[in-house]
Design a protein around this ligand. Sequence first.
Ligand code: NDP
Ligand code: 2IT
Length: 444
Amino acid sequence: MSYVDEVIAQVIEKNPSQPEFHQAVKEVLDSLRLVIEQNEDAYRKDALLERLVNPERQLIFRVPWVDDKGQVQVNTGYRVQFNSAIGPYKGGIRLHPSVNLGIIKFLGFEQVFKNSLTGLPIGGGKGGSDFDPKGKSDREVMAFCQSFMTELSKYIGADTDVPAGDIGTGAREIGYMFGQYKRLQNRYEGVLTGKGLSYGGSLARTEATGYGLLYLVEEMMKCHGEEMTGKTVVVSGAGNVAIYAIQKAQQMGAKVVTCSDSTGWIYDPEGIDVDLLKEVKEVKRARLTEYAAARESAVYHEGRGVWAIPCDIALPCATQNELLIDDAKQLVANGCKAVAEGANMPTTLDATAYLQDNGVLFVPGKASNAGGVATSALEMTQNSERLSWSFEEVDSKLQGIMVNIYHNIDNAAKKYGKEGNYVVGANIAGFEKVVSAMNAQGIV
Ligand code: NDP
Ligand code: 2IT
């Protein structure tokens, strides 16, 4: 059996009931076959792949908090510190009832390669909890965040591990967590990113993941002789990534006609009204039915369905495994030219293969959504030098980073005879830097 197949089999055997982690490992290791085969004996002797798929440290802890009725609730907290070869662990905190160890491990594993692709000095990690912020009062969210941070604060720090936002963790949650960290450690330091502007946050971090996604897509389209103006775009999700992806796509002259949340989706042939969407989701924290109620051109549907709307470009920006094989077939049948992932692993392995086999340009999230974490790294830099950069400065650095990522993954794919396969390109380009750093640091 090849070394790659051996390690995939081991991961499945040693981590039962973690299908998302298996999926992420399979995608990465499958792409790396060409590289691994060239050095198979050396890598096997050094157990390089075993070290790559086993997190350096995994923390699981109890998070007790008191709800508004005086009832004690208990959630489970996680932080997986996956790989620190190229910098302090860096990655978001997901608060969603579906969170379990396998999901945090898949996200942490992806983060290692994503962070490497940014070109900035950040290792990979991820955390979260099965806590659901939906329907909770601000006081309940604060109680949870303070309890979560009381334990997590022992294991993180500006030069050790720097968490940030992800699903369910936005500015409010980061603020409560930062306050509790400072109180416990008596240190005012850049221990979290995505902070508010009044206490060390970076301009453009809120917009960065969605904007970065579009900067990369625009560059890819340009390199294929296409421009964004006049393109029809479908987006899933209605959270941080989706909102700013929609906004930037519209600024580039494209028309975005869909968005979705966990209960339903909107088709708005006039183009999504971003200000209204922000009001519904960022201010009121309401369902998309409120968007439809306020806008005549919009139609609300229960369930899922955005991929059935004809488009030139599809941007999945909600969650993992939300673009399935039948959706891929529909997109191809409708003439979709490009799919770029704003979310982490939103496309299943078979759907990815179908899109690639049918000539759709496909960019994996670890490349196309790297703008968020890249800007987090810029926030860390600003915190270290105790300065704040202008919006334009951060945004232009972000744009440069995304354009670079596109060319790096494109070149890596070409170098290994897989031109246009950005999954292979991203995994190889991300892997090369991590492995070089791991090799230099000995067996750790
Ligand atoms: P948010 O919590 O802001 O938004 C998530 C959106 O997706 C919401 O509209 C939510 O619906 C919807 N959603 C979540 N879970 C499901 C589900 N199970 N089924 C259907 N819809 C769902 O999160 P983000 O926008 O920050 O994150 C979205 C994706 O992007 C995630 O995969 C995340 O890991 C990834 N990502 C985020 C980055 C960031 O900087 N925030 C950076 C890189 C990647 P509802 O409104 O009903 O909750
Ligand atoms: O998946 C991701 O890259 C994020 N949620 C952002 C992580 C970060 O540290 O900004």
